[in-house]
Design a protein around this ligand. Structure first.
Ligand code: ATP
Ligand code: MG
Length: 352
């Protein structure tokens, strides 16, 4: 592509199984991009515990700069028992990078396609495909005042209009690329912050006449995720509710090791990562499921680079390989990380 600047991608492999699954994700990226199909420049830099070991800091300046100058950031997983008693924690790097890149929206897909039905505890045989858009930078986790006394404790759930507006727009924009349906999940029968969200979201919904909008209390939503998940397309919700519902939604797929996520800011790069942690218990054994990382790469290609064509190749290959039972132990198989990755790559190559 003459005269066109290559896209810049920063990869943060991190700790324990982090480097194992990042290698898998990057191998798939390389193959789908080969022969000029997708040109990119890769920057692999230390982050988390690995960065603490090298530099004393979980997010060294060099790593932050690489991320800020990139079009997208891939992260595998950080942290683990090695740094339990360290002065600085790997997780502090994650909080800092979210803040520095202003990542206010966390988006997790819940997809149960045919190949994955057997792993879902729902067993209703119907495909599921919705996403949760969770506000990530505000709400009760960050609100002040906050107090913990012998006979009294206090947390504060606080939102500003601007915080609600920006994530609402992200949710509606995302819905436009999907089934065009946004459901606000809240507790507007009780909470002032929820009443506030409803007012603002309803106003913005009017400016998206092509997108259906409704609202649902969080208690009802948590039941529907189990009983009727097909009703959802984009679930928009605040930080605490989103934290809880995201884990519930992951559980109905029955496969922690296959789920990606993305975090968005208003400008600057988005960050793509598996929803699971660094899995210290299986690190170094070569049996980590690489699908969560490979799907994170696909999510990046879809969202940051509009390459639905490449995403389709990856997704089709993943489903084919799962259907052939070439899967790691978390999905009941005995294939290794490398065997799964190579099977996916072979399938991609055969498909073009
Ligand atoms: P964190 O606090 O960082 O979320 P965690 O303590 O919740 O970490 P995870 O690292 O997410 O734990 O792992 C939870 C369980 O799931 C572990 O038994 C781990 O081995 C398993 N697991 C996580 N990711 C994978 C994967 N990609 N492949 C196979 N098993 C995995
Ligand atoms: Mg966890």
């Amino acid at each position: 592509m003459q005269g066109k600047k290559k896209v810049q991608i920063t990869a943060l492999a991190g700790d324990y199984i982090g480097p194992e699954i990042m290698a898998a994700g990057l191998k798939v990226l390389e193959v789908v991009g080969e022969n000029g199909r997708f040109d990119y420049e890769l920057h692999e830099v230390p982050f988390g515990g690995a960065a603490i070991d090298q530099t004393g800091e979980p997010l060294p300046q060099e790593t932050l700069s690489a991320c800020q100058q990139s079009d997208a950031v891939l992260l595998a997983a950080i942290g683990g028992p090695k740094w339990d008693h360290a002065v600085k924690r790997p997780e502090a790097g994650l909080l800092e990078i979210r803040k520095k890149l202003n990542l206010f929206a966390n988006i997790r897909p819940t997809v149960i396609e045919e190949a994955m039905q057997q792993y879902s505890p729902l067993k209703n045989g119907k495909p599921v495909n919705f996403v949760i858009v969770r506000e990530l930078t505000s709400g009760i986790y960050f609100g002040t005042p906050r107090q913990l006394d012998e006979n009294y404790a206090l947390d504060t759930m606080r939102y500003t209009k601007e915080e609600v507006q920006r994530i609402t727009r992200s949710a509606f924009e995302l819905a436009r690329k999907r089934k065009k349906h946004v459901t606000l999940v809240d507790k507007a029968n009780v909470l002032a912050t929820s009443k506030f969200w409803r007012r603002i979201v309803a106003e913005i919904a009017l400016t998206y006449p092509d997108v259906a909008y409704d609202a649902c209390y969080v208690d009802a939503a948590s039941m529907k995720i189990i009983s009727a998940p097909q009703q959802f397309d984009v679930i928009l919700t605040e930080n605490l509710f989103g934290d809880i519902l995201s884990d519930e939604a992951a559980e109905i797929t029955g496969s922690l090791g296959t789920i990606p996520s993305m975090s968005l800011g208003s400008s600057g790069p988005a960050l793509y990562e598996p929803i699971h942690g660094s899995a210290p218990d299986i690190a170094g054994k070569g049996i980590a499921d690489p699908i969560s990382m490979i799907r994170s790469v696909a999510m990046m290609l879809a969202n940051s680079f509009d390459r639905a064509d490449l995403v389709a190749q990856i997704t089709t290959a993943i489903n084919a390989v799962i259907s052939k039972q070439i899967v790691t132990p978390d999905l009941g198989g005995n294939a290794s990380t490398t065997e799964v990755t190579d099977a996916i790559i072979t399938t991609i190559k055969e498909s073009r």
